[in-house]
Write a protein that binds this ligand. Sequence first.
Ligand SMILES: N[C@@H](CCC(=O)N[C@@H](CS)C(=O)NCC(=O)O)C(=O)O
Length: 238
Amino acid sequence: MADAGNNEQGLRLLGLHVSPFALRARMALSLKGLSYEYIEQDLFHKSELLLASNPVHNKVPVLIHNGKPICESLVVVEYVDEVWPGTAILPADPYGRAVARFWAAYIDGKLFPAYAGVMKAATEDERTEKVRETHAAVLKLEKAFAEISSSGNGAAPFFGGDSVGYLDLALGCSLPWFGALRAMFGVEVIDAARAPLLAAWAERFAETAVAMEVLPEPDQAVAYAKKIQAYRAASAKK
Ligand SMILES: N[C@@H](CCC(=O)N[C@@H](CS)C(=O)NCC(=O)O)C(=O)O
């Protein structure tokens, strides 16, 4: 739960309300029931605090714990999981953790650039190609979900088993953007015909307490996408 000021753990999070990466960090903090000071960033005018806290990438999220910055969303999620007991986020066994990290890297390396590319495409041909790449990545994740969720006792509802875990956060943080792609371009990222298991997972995930508490509505992502488009158009004219 984000709060405006002091919190017992000395936690501050630099984020952006629609950043899927920042949403991952927020969901991890929420799963652990931690309160923190949330500091929204303006990425068009980066703050001194952001530049000083993440001098390498200048990106959100940054978690600041007792004055020490932790950068990169998956690193933040793992840090939160290691430092605070309670609901476990990563799988308990090393193999499960290795598999979860592999697919989280796949989401960031393949799925994210593909669907962000749909948003950014300059031509319809480019957009069609990025939609194809997005669907190819979703298909791979559909198979991964089938394997991971059937590796325990029967078919589990989440990547994390009976409850939400690392991969659920890694993928679920993008749901607002999938909604934005549907609204803006009619693109169904996880469509039930191609990826029935993931489509059902997405519905379940959206109804979890952590998703309901943290994830914004897709129209906020649409509004932000339009802001970026306007900024790019203005920069191109200069
Ligand atoms: N790999 C990073 C990606 C973070 C990222 O791309 N954040 C974006 C917002 S969604 C950002 O801060 N962009 C600012 C910039 O590119 O200058 C992570 O997982 O934390």
